[in-house]
Design a binder for this molecule. Structure first.
Ligand code: BGC
Length: 747
């Protein structure tokens, strides 16, 4: 069913008006605090603790728990009839407090948008907002009001399967996109729960759930900025991470949850644990039993227990025995109620149970999903300009199991995604080719995991019969996401062998690579001239990929992660520190491998277009900078090719001499611009001087006097563009907010 067929285009519009909410003004906030305290004053200890219990659909939840006030928040209630039933039960409780309905809505609800790592490759807060807003609108339509997203975990290690849920390796990109996602979700009607606080993206060996060691100054410099941006963008809640950080599990970490999040950043929403994360404190070896785990978690600042049932079981007794002050419980309940009032939950009608997500995908959501997807594709290489296919290509062979993989193209965490809604890459190519009279010869060559290559001969014949080959390979979705750490990042199964055979036909081959992380390409990068990384593109994969392959749109994505040559290079990232022995190819006693190049295959920020861009006339507005001022760098960018295209203009800096080693390069600002052939735009990138400093272990920002080198260009290989000088050293205490990065573009 389409949205236009539902007696409900107006119903949908109305639903949005009721669910979208905004950050309250100071006056409204005061009124909310009054209502919170009034309600809290009427609650029994058991009713309070019921508000701190978050339970999933199905066991251990009994429906009566809701009417008995034991489930203040619910998850995985993702249909209107279930939400309506729970709401009706909550109305039977003495105080009629409405529940939260949470779900992992990461990149779509019914309509699937690209996975967050792909979406990050668009380098566009506008695109991130658009995708999040659509995801939220569809989920809110059936009564979900809270998402366990965005994931703000920075990761420099593609072995970690969950890298697909984030924005990659850079704190500036991460902060900008995390804020955009929080805003988009809120605009679409979902409160955000930014996760996983914190350090979860740097587990040892890339193993999901494993331990993380990150010095505090490095937490402030690198891992925390995206979370702080989420606070400033109005994230309603946070989720504590599973991992131990420097030996202290995040679920019972007062430094993270109270000192940083509440005291330094002023966050006044609530924190939930991750799935049975509180009970796992026993496995972590810091609690002897469930009671101690519950006590440690709540005292550290975890307000809500996801799926552990430990708060509801143990906290009443912990309070009565005087081991947990009731004031601590009150404060946690206050945070939860404050959030519910801010979201307007007390003033909303219950959901209409006749609503169905079958209203989606709608023509509009498909259009948005296609627009977002094609902005996320990264053209990694394009030797001999195999892409886009020109008029000489009258037939294409479409090879590879992921060409026709409606389930896999949705990627992990696909909420209510139905594979039947997917337009596959094969289908997208067929539609586009049909319009242009191009023949399509399809032959998968191997099974999904490419273990069985019985179909190879048929694929080679299809290739020989065709003018060009589109090979669609990569990671089936099962190999990506939570609990999908990989020790071998080579193309899985026999994909490399199949690609080698296709290349040997002598036909031009374009590899369309799907997956949730960079994969090790080995000789494939030599043998295959054109490679387009498409991540998991979602419902509209087919039309979006066809748009780019046939040149209707130029690719404009840039890598949000460094692409390694070998798994052994990981963790690998561009913004690393200098060493005492910088790489010299002819000197073994410098930083290098004896069996692999030291460079990445493709650097951070990298991505080609079908046109070319020339950078010129870089100017630094003011070369001497003091506190409160902006580093302002202007550059002219010209489209020197024959096609329209978009470029991501990137500004990097380096502090070459400081009291502590500073990274060789750090992205500080970026702007995506569209240019017609021959057109020039002048782009001004601005960076607050405060952002050029670094942190001390207590969170103080130290900005030191001295030179700052500037680099501007279309990737992290950007050219030097001069120097500015910070005229005096100053410190900013952790409590103060820093100004946001801003940019502007002129014709
Ligand atoms: C994941 C969270 C997720 C939660 C609820 C956990 O396993 O770590 O990211 O939000 O499940 O689905």
């Amino acid at each position: 069913m389409r949205l236009s067929d539902v007696p409900g285009l107006t119903q949908f519009t109305l639903a949005l008006a009721l669910t979208a909410f905004s950050v309250p003004t100071a006056g409204a906030q005061e009124a909310i605090e009054r209502r919170v305290n009034e309600l809290l004053g009427q609650m029994t200890l058991e009713e309070k603790i019921g508000q701190l219990n978050l339970v999933s659909h199905g066991p251990p939840l009994r429906w009566e728990d809701i009417s008995e006030g034991k489930a203040g928040a619910l998850l995985n209630f993702n249909s209107a009839p279930d939400v309506a039933r729970a709401q009706a039960l909550a109305r039977q409780t003495r105080l009629k407090i409405p529940p939260l309905f949470g779900l992992d809505v990461l990149h779509g609800f019914r309509t699937q948008f690209p996975l967050p790592l792909g979406e990050a490759a668009a380098f566009s807060p506008r695109i991130s907002r658009l995708a999040s807003e659509w995801a939220a609108k569809e989920a809110a339509f059936v009564g979900v009001n809270w998402t366990f997203a965005p994931m703000a975990d920075l990761s420099r290690d593609s072995r970690w399967g969950r890298i697909v849920e984030g924005f990659g390796e850079d704190p500036t990109l991460g902060a900008v996109l995390t804020a955009a996602r929080v805003e988009g979700f809120r605009k679409g009607g979902l409160a955000a729960s930014t996760k996983h606080f914190a350090g979860y993206g740097a587990p040892q060996g890339g193993r999901d759930y494993d331990t993380t060691y990150i010095p505090r100054a490095e937490m402030y410099d690198t891992y925390l900025p995206p979370f702080r941006a989420a606070v400033e963008a109005g994230s309603a809640s946070f989720m504590a991470a599973f991992n131990a950080l420097n030996g202290e599990p995040s679920t019972a970490n007062p430094w993270l949850l109270t000192d940083v999040l509440r005291r330094q950043w002023g966050f006044d929403g609530f924190v939930t644990s991750d799935w049975v994360g509180i009970g796992e404190l026993v496995n972590h070896g810091i609690a002897a039993d469930g009671a101690e785990a519950a006590r440690k978690a709540i005292l550290a600042g975890v307000d809500m227990d996801m799926m552990g049932q430990l708060y509801i079981k143990h906290l009443p007794e912990e309070v009565r025995a005087g081991r947990v002050p009731e004031s601590v419980i009150d404060e946690s309940v206050r945070r939860v109620l404050r959030t519910k009032f801010r979201m307007g939950l007390f003033d909303r009608p219950d959901i209409d149970p006749s609503r169905s997500d079958a209203a989606f995908p709608s023509p509009e959501s498909r259009q948005a999903a296609r627009e977002v997807a094609r902005e996320t594709f990264v053209l990694l290489q394009n030797r001999g300009d195999v892409l886009p296919f020109g008029p000489g290509v009258r037939s294409v062979a479409v090879v590879g199991p992921l060409a026709d993989a409606p389930h896999d193209q949705m990627g992990p965490h696909a909420a209510r995604g139905h594979k039947e809604d997917s337009v596959t890459i094969l289908e997208g190519i067929r539609r586009r080719a049909q319009g242009a009279g191009i023949a399509v010869n399809h032959a998968p060559a191997c099974d999904l995991f490419c273990r069985n290559t019985d179909g190879l001969q048929a694929a080679l014949e299809a290739a020989r019969r065709s003018d060009a080959v589109i090979a669609v390979f990569g990671e089936p979705q099962e190999l990506s996401g939570e609990a999908a750490s990989r020790a071998h990042l080579e193309l899985n199964g026999r994909q490399a062998e199949v690609l080698e055979a296709l290349a040997a036909t002598g036909k031009p081959v374009a590899l369309v690579l799907m997956g949730g992380r960079p994969q090790v390409l080995g000789p494939v990068a030599e043998r295959i001239p054109s490679i387009l990384m498409t991540w998991y593109p979602g419902t509209e994969a087919g039309p979006a990929v066809a748009d780019v392959l046939f040149g209707d749109v130029s690719p404009s994505g840039k890598l949000p992660v460094t692409w390694p040559r070998a798994t052994g290079q990981l963790p690998f990232y561009y913004n690393h520190l200098p060493t005492g022995r910088p790489t010299k190819p002819d000197n073994r006693f410098t930083v290098q491998y004896i069996d692999e190049a030291i460079t990445p295959l493709y650097p951070f920020g990298w991505g080609l277009s079908y046109t070319q861009f020339a950078y010129s006339d870089t100017t630094i507005a003011q070369k001497r900078l003091d506190a409160g001022q902006m580093l302002e760098v202007a550059v002219s960018v010209r489209n020197t090719g024959a096609r329209e295209g978009q470029e991501v203009v990137q500004l990097y800096t380096r502090d070459p001499v400081a009291s502590r080693s500073r990274p060789l390069r750090e992205l500080k600002a970026f702007e995506k611009i569209a240019l017609k052939p021959g057109e020039t735009k002048r782009v001004t990138l601005r960076v607050p001087v405060e952002s050029l400093g670094f942190h001390l272990d207590d969170g103080t920002t130290l900005v030191e006097a001295g030179a700052i080198q500037v680099f501007v260009g279309g990737s992290s290989l950007a050219e030097p563009a001069g120097e500015a000088e910070i005229v005096r050293t100053f410190r900013i205490p952790p409590m103060e907010r820093r100004a946001a990065v801003s940019t502007s573009v002129a014709q």
